[in-house]
Design a protein. Structure first.
Length: 565
């Protein structure tokens, strides 16, 4: 299995490129591109494509362009353009000076359309959108010719120029390629290549009244940029004959080659951009960068690292057939990376006050704690300890089962990096019966003295000093959907949302040293999981922590692959 951005990885796309280089096809060049539509934020599926396209360019010492395929002004914006660039750079890639826009080529694409009209290969059709669908036929029945298919070249040129000039209403006419209405591939049945759309473009303003369709503009943009390998996802496989038809009709000399690979489908996740837009606009999430979203911005805000995402993309590889990837693998990659880099800290999410009766009330001492148990080079930190501490409420049970290895009546535990304490008594709320405080005693000879020098106890629990604890807000994230394959369900996708995908816990208490936590600082809160200081809401001395992943690694358990904790 390939890991960690292995430059020697191989797959069927690289095999095609290897063969092209051996035969001298494309002039021994490798030029790829990543061509997002700027109508939303990038998601983990796009990240796979980013890693593939930029990775291939790097591996073969070629180039990878970033091109915004901005041919539909509705929903496109500069915000999305900037977010796409930020996400790609954060993932660790750069396009140097090769940032392009399909809108840069609008005049060229228009002239390509005129060339098709002049050669009798395109015509202005005045059928309505519904009529065009009716004329197209079905998968088992051929389509029938539009009554406008045999307009003269002169009439088509005149009508197309007048479409551009804004003489007609939206939907009055379209320009269609004249291919074959009986083709078994429905895509080839005289597809629409231009439509009238009075919608200001975020870059060109009101300069254009007509806009090229994606299938027409995309292949021509590839050609203008001298792309050699146009790598796209499998849903464009049926469009490849159309891609090649446009290129063969209009481009002389070098022609790009379209290659399809399986898109990423991730369990408990929806990667349809249309659905993601609905989640944002329907306020089911707080925005495109909500840490529950599968967007690159959301994963970054949650605390995922670019290294972990690249590792995940390398592990899943490039396939020819669609499959559903278990999200547990992505979470495993995150744990694997953070296990190496994240310093340790102690935090108590659901506090229970413990009073150590025989510890001096006016005393405070500092306990030395390793920042990483396997990495001495990461150093140590001093954590204050005093008579009153917080522990997790579920680290005490009044009537614990036999295998319970934490605190209870007649039991003792070790405080992490500190003393052994033993239960003495408890205080309950008279109205509810809830335990509000427990009292313990400590053994002063046991400070940080595990066996064989110290006394053996069954459990070790974490803690923070009440007097020195820093109050913090913690957000506990779970999967956004409650079913493994929401994209494949016939139910209303919003009914599949997990109502428990976010739990905000406040107040929580963390080590005093975490007052210095900066946005995007990551930690392992001992025994609780990996957490990240929220990049938007964390303020000096007032941290807000997002849980990135828990410590429970279901992927490692399923596969036997050990992670680094």
């Amino acid at each position: 299995m390939t890991h960690r951005d292995d430059p020697q990885q191989s797959d069927f796309i690289r095999e095609i490129i290897d063969n092209d280089l051996q035969t001298g096809k494309h002039g021994n060049r490798v030029a790829t591109r990543f061509p997002p539509e700027p109508n939303g934020y990038l998601h983990i599926g796009h990240a796979k494509s980013v890693c593939l396209n930029f990775g291939i360019a790097s591996q073969y010492k070629g180039t990878c362009n970033l091109r915004m395929d901005d041919t539909d002004p509705a929903g496109e914006s500069l915000e999305f353009v900037e977010s796409i660039q930020n996400d790609i750079r954060w993932l660790g890639f750069d396009w140097d000076d090769r940032l392009f826009f399909a809108s840069d080529y609008f005049e060229k694409i228009y002239q390509f359309a005129v060339t098709l009209i002049r050669s009798g290969k395109a015509y202005v059709c005045s059928l309505s959108a519904d009529e065009i669908r009716q004329y197209r036929g079905t998968l088992t029945e051929p389509g029938k010719n539009s009554p406008y298919r045999d307009r003269s070249v002169e009439e088509n040129l005149d009508l197309f120029a007048r479409m551009r000039a804004g003489e007609f209403a939206d939907g009055a006419h379209v320009l269609r390629a004249k291919i074959d209405m009986a083709s078994p591939n429905v895509t080839m049945r005289d597809p629409v290549i231009y439509r009238i759309k009075r919608s200001p473009h975020y870059r060109t303003g009101d300069d254009w009244i007509i806009y090229p369709m994606y299938d027409f503009a995309h292949c021509l943009s590839d050609s203008v940029e001298n792309i050699t390998h146009s790598i796209c996802t499998l849903e464009f496989e049926n469009n490849r004959p159309l891609y090649d038809w446009f290129v063969n009709e209009l481009i002389e000399g070098h022609r790009p080659q379209q290659i399809e690979f399986a898109r990423l489908n991730l369990s408990y996740t929806m990667l349809s951009k249309r659905r993601l837009i609905e989640l944002v606009e329907g306020h089911h999430v707080s925005g495109w960068d909500d840490p529950r979203m599968p967007t690159v911005a959301g994963m970054r805000r949650r605390g995922y690292t670019p290294e972990a995402i690249r590792d995940f993309c390398a592990r899943i590889g490039v396939a020819k057939k669609d499959n559903l990837v278990d999200i547990a693998l992505l979470e495993h990659c995150v744990r694997d990376d953070l296990g190496e880099r994240a310093p340790r800290a102690m935090a108590v999410l659901r506090p229970l006050r413990v009073v150590i009766d025989n510890y001096p009330d006016d005393k405070t001492e500092e306990v030395e704690c390793a920042n990483h148990p396997q990495k001495p080079d990461m150093g140590t930190r001093k954590v204050p300890f005093s008579r009153e501490i917080y522990i997790e409420s579920d680290d005490f049970m009044e009537d614990p089962p036999k295998k319970y290895k934490r605190l209870g009546p007649g039991r003792e535990v070790r405080l992490r990096n500190c003393y052994i304490i033993k239960f003495a008594s408890m205080v309950k709320d008279e109205a509810t019966g809830r335990i509000t405080e427990i009292h313990c005693t400590f053994d002063p000879e046991t400070k940080n003295a595990p066996p064989p020098d110290g006394r053996k106890v069954d459990g070790v629990i974490h803690w923070v000093s009440v007097r020195h604890a820093l109050s913090a807000q913690v957000r506990l994230y779970d999967r956004l959907f409650k079913t493994a394959d929401p994209a494949g369900s016939e139910d209303d996708f919003t009914s599949l949302l997990n109502p428990d995908s976010l739990e905000t816990v406040y107040p929580c208490y963390v080590e005093a040293g975490l007052a210095a936590a900066k946005p995007e600082d990551r930690y392992q809160f001992e025994r609780l999981g990996y957490f990240c200081a929220d990049m938007k809401d964390t303020a000096p001395g007032k941290p807000v922590f997002n849980r990135i992943v828990s410590l429970r690694d279901s992927w490692a358990k399923m596969t036997g692959e050990a992670g680094r904790k």
